[in-house]
Structure formats: C-alpha cells, structure tokens
Design a protein around this ligand. Structure first.
Ligand code: FBP
Length: 608
C-alpha cells in the first residue's frame, strides 16, 4: 500500500474521532497550561487550598441599616470585611466535605475551569457535586457526583454544557424550604453559586436563610457575566466571560469594518450584548476604533434624547461622506433603550402599571386591547412615545419580562429602530440642504460640488446583533486562568469554613491577589417591578473612568477618518494570547494590557 492509500483509509475514522468535543483544536486546548497564583502552590508543586486573613478593607454598603436589617446574621459574621487569600503555612487537612456547585443565568466562557478549580481545591478527600440546570436543579435536588476524569475532558473548553444553567430566582418561602431540603438530603457542607448580580443576590439571601435556620452549609458566590457589570472596583475589576465575549465580538466587528471599507457601501449597525451596562460596547470600541459607539451611561448622564442621538449620528455620517467615506460601523449597546431618558421614564411607568395589573393585561387578547388599557394609565408624554414605537417593540415592553421582572432588552431590535430613524433623517438632510449646510451655528460648510456629490449618495445599512455567539466560546487564556483561580478560591473558602462571600481575583498584572468579598457589602436597594428590593448593585460604565475617557478623547478622530483596526481571532497561543481587556487595564491603572500575570503556568491534570 502506498503512503497515500494508507492515509486515505485512515481519513474517515480520523474525521469521526472529532465527535463529542474532540476537534483538533479542543484536544489541543485541553492540554494548555493555566497560570496559577502562588497562593495555591504547595511545596511539592501540587495545588493546595488557600487560607484567608482579614484585610483593612471594609465595605460600607450604601444602605447600611437596611442591609443590616435584611442580613443580620451574615453581616454579624463577616462584618463586611474583605478577606485575602494567603498560602497556608502548615496545610490543614480538611476531609469529608460535600460541596455542590451550580451555574445561574447566561453562559460565560470559563465555567468549566471554575469546576476544575473547585475540584482541585477540594482534592480527593472531599466530594464535588454538580447541580444540573442551575437554581431549578437546586430546588429539585438534581445533583450528581463530579468525577475528575469528566473535568479533565472539559477543562479549557467553552460553555456551561457540563451542568447546564437557568434563570430561576429563589425568593419564595417554599423555594427556600426546597433549598434546605436539598442541602439536608445531600448532606451539603457548601454550595457554590456561579452567577451575575441577581444570582449572587440569591446567594446572599440563601446564606442568611441558612444561618437563621442554623444549617451548617457555606454559601459562596462566583462573579460571572459576559456583561462585565458584576464588578467592584479594585477588589473585583471584572467578572469572568467578559474577556472572551468582547474578543469574539471585536474580531467580528473588525471584520465588518474591513468589509465596509472593502465594499465601500455599507453602514453596519451592530448591537452588542450587555443587558444594562455598556461595558462590552466600550471594550469593543477600544479594540476596533469604529466610526461611532453609543455608550448608554453617557446618554443618560447628558440627557440625550432619541432625536438628538439620531441627529448626532447623521451629522457624523454626513461629515464622513464629505470626505468620501460613505461606510462605517456603529456600535449600539443592548441596554440602550432603558437609558434614553424618555424611554427610561416610559419603562418605569410601565413597570408600575404592570406590577399592579400584570394579570389583567396578560389576559387581554390583542395588542390593541392592551394599548387601550395601558395608555390612559401612563402620562401623556409616555403614552405618545409608546404609540410612536413599532408594534413589536411595544409588545416586548409590555409582555416579555424575565424572571426578575426586567424587560428582555436582548429581544428589542434597537438597531432597527435607529436605522429607521437615521434613514429618515439622512433623507431629510438631502431634501433640505439649506437647513444643514452653509454658514451659521450648527451648519456644515460645503462647496456646491460637495453638495452635488451628497445628492448622489444613498445610505445602505445592515443590522447585526452580536450576543449569544460570544458567551460559550473557548475561554481566552485570561478567562481560563481567572476562572480556575475563582474555582480554587471558592473551594478554599468552603474548606476554611467561610460563608456569605464572593470569590474574587485582582491585580491581574502582578500574579493575582486572591480575595473574598462579603456579599452583603455589595448590596443596595433598587426598584424592581415597581417595588424596592435589596440587590447587588450593577457596575456600569463611569464617564469619569480612564476607559471611557480614552474612548471620548479619540472618538472624533475615529468618526471622521477610517482608522478602525482588526484585532483578529482570539489567540490561545502566540503574541496576542496574554492580553487582558483594555478597559480593565486602563481602569485599574496598569501599565500594560498585553500581558496579564496570574501566576506560574501549569498543565492541569486532575487526579483521583
Ligand atoms: P448574565 O448576566 O446572566 O450572565 O446574562 C447576560 C446576558 O448575556 C445579557 O447580555 C443578555 O441580555 C442576556 O444574557 C440574554 O439572556 P437569555 O439567555 O435569557 O436570552
């Protein structure tokens, strides 16, 4: 048999061998080393759990008295003091502990490394149990023992597939009772909740409930969300999943900018995930330098109306056109609608009415019936605004709420709403040049030739929504290391007997400092479904932050010239593989974003 013939025979079986997450890439990334903080490195080079000591950092929560009243037991225990992970001087052997873990909310890259980190911290003398399908699985008691061999298979791979996830909020007395039953039935000593602000709020309430019931089960939260809004300044610069998601989007936005410049005809309107905060949009803007990036927090702060926003965008489109650039990319944060002042008032009014009449409205058969019921209960301005919205958006605002009572903004086609309004305005500019060009305030100086040229141009648009494709990719090196460290931290906290904390990592530029943040220190009081609720505060873009300023200082230049850049695909090895998010590096005042340092690299092979 010739070499070629023998290759031919192998090819079909080689191809089939890649089934079940065994692509050449997946096999290679499983073997990738992960940086590990020295705090977890034992004398013999093996991984060991960390110990914890109190720092001088104290969380002063915004509504201290109210928080203390809601969480008296947990606050008395933690005193809202931040803990630091340290290397155990003489390793304490803790055995026989049973610790369960669940994923909650949307997937984020690195979840499987959290599990691997937990298992590594617990070691062979303790048991890790997985809870299937998130909080719902906890309520049902759907648990199974996690084997090291299973985790060696999923380490460094994307998604939450190993356990699954859901968005059930645990808030009724019956649900707390069900949690108790599961804990007692499975003899749990610890429960790890991997989630965003709502899920970690759940963790805080469960911790308090268990203390009140004198049940000895430790509750630890882990900060997860691609949105990047589960963050706490220096103590927790970012949640996991953000780096991977923003790098996936940045590659695609870079490609679109390149396509726009090549085809020289399209304006790409790209909505980017991020339910509330515009952190994803800001990072992608810094990575790709698009023509325009809207930042919701700035729009709310400057009280910019929808029409004003449209005018500003059309002005940039016109100025670019006058330079011969009739294409570009516009980034739109998913949560924008809730930050446009008049829309935010409308949503608040709707929340109140819906909280009072939810069932009546749900029972009304047609949209028209719902409108007739709702409009008289809104202020005249809001009713008018609502009536001017496309019907699908109106329907979404009324009906489509998630379990936490929030509008499902990812379903609202803001990019299409903007396109509609921008196209209308751009055609008006063409139809009435005398209003927009010439001398005088706000007018654009233009020669007759330029005006003639403008008349010949049309506005071709394409809309995109980049969201789900960024949540379950293979974690970047940064997220892989960060999540492994978070798992190690959470496991160590349970073994150290701590409860009511969130695992955290900071100092990404110098080996990683391991922290435990008291959950109650992150709590604030917010309006939800028209009612006050104690919840963990979302971390939004601050217009005073170095990352926002870096964007604001450069945006005019990027708007008027095609200066986009294409960061390319995520690298898991190679020159760009050690990058961290630019926004994080800027806001943490690091000197470099190209090389994170979270410890010494180690190939992780879990052993029984
Ligand atoms: P989490 O905060 O739960 O991680 O979810 C974030 C997110 O990806 C948002 O950006 C988006 O609005 C939402 O999930 C979409 O959720 P769903 O999966 O329910 O459509």
């Amino acid at each position: 048999m010739t070499e070629r013939e023998s290759n031919k025979t192998n090819l079909p079986s080689e191809f089939i061998c890649t089934e079940g997450k065994h692509s050449l890439f997946e096999n290679a990334v499983r073997e990738l080393p992960i940086p590990v903080s020295s705090v977890f490195m034992g004398e013999d080079g093996n991984i060991v759990p960390a110990a914890f000591e109190e720092t001088e950092s104290l969380f002063m929560c915004k509504e201290h008295d109210l928080t203390e009243k809601t969480f008296p037991k947990t606050m008395a225990r933690t005193r809202n003091i931040v803990l630091r992970g340290v290397k155990q001087k003489t390793p304490q052997k803790v055995t026989g502990k049973r610790v369960a873990v669940l994923f909650s909310g949307g997937p984020a890259a690195g979840g499987h490394n959290v599990l691997a980190g937990l298992k590594a911290a617990l070691g062979k003398d303790n048991t890790l149990l997985g809870i299937r399908k998130g909080p719902k699985g906890l309520l049902k008691g759907d648990l199974f023992e996690v084997k090291t061999s299973q985790l060696n298979e999923v380490i460094n791979t994307g998604g939450f597939g190993f356990l699954g996830t859901d968005r059930t909020k645990i808030k009724t007395p019956d649900q707390f009772e069900q949690v108790k039953e599961t804990i007692l039935k499975h003899r749990l000593d610890g429960l790890i909740i991997v989630g965003g602000d709502d899920s970690n709020t759940n963790a805080a309430f469960i911790a308090e409930y268990l203390e009140k019931e004198s049940i000895d089960c430790r509750i630890i939260g882990i900060p997860k969300t691609i949105d990047g809004d589960m963050a706490a300044g220096k103590n927790l610069p970012i949640s996991f999943g953000y780096d991977t998601a923003t790098k996936v989007y940045s590659e695609l936005v870079g490609n679109l900018a390149e396509d726009a410049a090549s085809a020289v005809k399209y304006w790409h309107f790209v909505k980017l995930m991020g339910r509330t905060a515009s952190k994803i949009t800001l990072e992608v803007a810094l990575q790709t330098k698009p023509a325009i990036a809207l930042i919701s927090e700035e729009i709310a702060e400057k009280n910019i109306s929808l029409n004003q926003m449209v005018d500003d965008i059309v002005r940039i489109i016109t100025l670019r056109r006058m330079k011969g650039i009739n294409h570009g990319v516009i980034l739109i944060p998913e949560g924008l609608v809730e930050f446009i002042p008049e829309m935010s008032v409308l949503i608040q009014e709707l929340n109140k009415v819906l909280a009072e009449y939810e069932r009546d409205i749900r029972d009304l058969p047609t949209l028209k019936n719902k409108q007739e019921f709702l409009y008289p209960r809104l202020t005249a301005h809001s009713a008018q605004l609502m009536a001017a919205l496309p019907e699908e958006i109106e329907e979404m605002l009324i009906l489509d709420r998630d379990d936490h009572g929030n509008v499902k903004v990812s379903q609202i086609e803001t990019e299409k709403l903007l396109i509609e309004k921008i196209r209308y305005k751009a055609s008006e500019v063409k139809r009435h040049p005398e209003k927009y060009f010439g001398e005088g305030e706000g007018k654009i100086p233009a020669t007759p030739e330029q005006l003639q040229e403008l008349q010949n141009l049309s506005l071709s648009t394409q809309s995109h929504f980049l969201g789900y494709e960024g949540r379950s990719g293979k974690p970047t090196s940064f997220d892989a290391a960060f999540t492994f460290a978070l798992g190690l931290t959470a496991g160590s906290l349970v073994l150290a007997g701590k409860t009511g904390y969130m695992a955290a990592v900071t100092d990404f530029d110098k080996g990683g400092t391991i922290l435990a943040l008291p959950l109650t220190g992150l709590i604030t009081c917010e309006m939800r479904k028209g009612k006050e609720e104690m919840v963990i505060e979302k971390s939004l873009v601050k217009t005073s932050s170095p990352s926002f300023k870096a964007y604001a200082e450069n945006r005019e230049k990027w708007a008027l010239n095609d200066l986009f850049c294409s960061p390319g695909p995520i690298q898991h090895w190679g020159p760009a593989s050690r990058q961290m998010p630019i926004t994080v590096a800027l806001d943490q005042e690091y000197t470099d974003y190209k090389t994170f340092n979270l410890g010494e690299e180690k190939v992780i092979k879990l052993k029984d």
